[in-house]
Design a protein around this ligand. Structure first.
Ligand SMILES: NC(=O)c1ccc[n+]([C@@H]2O[C@H](COP(=O)([O-])OP(=O)(O)OC[C@H]3O[C@@H](n4cnc5c(N)ncnc54)[C@H](OP(=O)(O)O)[C@@H]3O)[C@@H](O)[C@H]2O)c1
Length: 369
């Protein structure tokens, strides 16, 4: 079974592998020892023409390959950037496809889902983006790698014939390969914009395990199957720094909660910058402590009325000005449209005194003096 699984997982053609043309050397032993009546004397007679033809083929190959590289650079340039806001497709069950389609039609372009995570319907995300009518290269599709040792692990998204459900006790390397192949299948795509290594509620999985998974993910980046790598729920500077140093392909996305019980990552945010993270995705903005504090707060309500938005949208906007990227999992079309409008299309821009007012409600250290 393990052998069969391995062959299934490696069956995908490796796009970086293009066979080189074989050129026979005219002075090779085989030709000199050619037997009467075989085709080899003919080859010998026309060896100059064959050598010339081979050279032309080789040059054609090299130029074609150069063009291919240019093409793939061009493709990379025309792929979607990370979004200013991200639609989180968690806990949407059978409504996932419809809600993802509505989010995209409301303007969201970056969608976050999960593979072997029991709270995501990854197939629904694949169906939703296709039904949206927006071309694949205008969308940024993100998924998770969830290891078997993580508490959110679930196999509902595993639909590959013969290898699903997977065996327990697979090596971490085999788990990553299965997860990536399964996500490609569910998302109906031949590349994934980002894969984030999941941790359950900041309970970090052993560092060595993360690193082994990371190395397999790096191979997929080399092959152009994954564009960016990231990690979830790490509030530990040492762990992040070690990963940054040990990784050949550096993590570019960190997804953490925006919560008072982690001091809103105030001290970590400069570390994310130092380590070159391009995006700090934030969840629990409305569903955690911050959302509770701003809901009926007078200062926030007054400012929200002035800006013509809800307290919730104002909080999202505040987190963006802190350098975060909100993960938004709304099930309401009105909220999706309202969020896209105020956070992307006609972006709110809070002034310094307004930012200080918001911080005074949550944690005054959020805005440095
Ligand atoms: N890494 C992790 O461990 C982790 C954990 C949790 C979540 N996440 C990610 O984060 C995403 C967001 O999850 P979340 O827990 O932060 O909360 P959420 O799913 O975004 O829920 C937001 C709540 O606030 C309400 N709301 C009110 N006004 C809103 C507005 N203008 N826009 C949006 N929502 C509004 C929503 O109601 P309506 O539905 O009626 O709009 C909903 O009840 C998830 O889908 C997932 O991708 C990750």
């Amino acid at each position: 079974m393990a052998g069969f699984l391995r062959s299934r997982l490696t069956a995908r053609p490796d796009p970086s592998h293009v066979p080189l043309p074989v050129i026979s050397h005219p002075q090779s032993k085989e030709i000199n020892h050619a037997k009467e009546g075989s085709i080899t004397p003919l080859i010998y007679r026309y060896r100059t023409a064959i050598a010339l033809l081979s050279s032309i083929l080789l040059w054609n190959y090299i130029f074609a390959n150069d063009n291919r590289n240019e093409e793939s650079d061009l493709q990379a340039k025309t792929k979607a950037p990370m979004g200013d806001i991200v639609y989180g497709a968690k806990s949407k069950g059978d409504d996932t496809a419809r809600l993802v389609k509505e989010a995209i039609q409301s303007g969201f372009r970056h969608i976050a889902t999960g593979g072997f995570h029991f709270e995501y319907n990854e197939t629904g995300v694949g169906q939703g983006w296709i039904e949206s009518g927006v071309p694949r290269n205008e969308l940024y599709l993100q998924t998770l790698f969830v290891s078997q040792s993580t508490e959110n692990y679930g196999v509902l998204n595993c639909l590959l014939e013969a290898v699903c459900p997977p065996l327990s006790g697979m090596s971490i390397e085999e788990q990553v390969k299965l997860s990536v192949q399964s996500s490609l299948h569910n998302l109906q795509t031949d590349y994934i914009d980002s894969v984030l290594v999941h941790n359950f509620r900041a309970k970090l999985q052993p560092y060595e395990e993360t690193l082994r998974a990371w190395k397999v993910l790096e191979d997929y980046v080399d092959k152009g199957i994954i564009r960016h790598l990231g990690i979830v729920s790490v509030h530990d500077k040492e762990y992040l720094t070690k990963l940054h140093n040990d990784a050949r392909i550096k993590p570019t996305i960190i997804q953490n909660r925006f919560h008072s019980n982690r001091s809103y990552d105030i001290n970590l945010r400069p570390v994310f910058k130092e380590l070159g993270f391009e995006q700090n995705q934030l969840f629990w903005i409305l569903t955690g402590s911050a959302g509770g504090k701003v809901r009926n707060n007078e200062v926030v309500t007054k400012l929200a009325i002035e800006k013509g938005v809800s307290n919730q949208v104002l909080l999202y906007s505040f987190t963006m000005q802190l350098g975060g990227t909100p993960l938004i999992g709304s099930k309401s079309l009105d909220h999706m449209k309202e969020d896209f409008d105020a956070l992307v299309k006609n972006k709110l821009n809070l002034k310094r005194d307004e930012l200080i007012a918001m911080a005074s409600v949550l944690n005054k250290n959020l805005i440095q003096s």
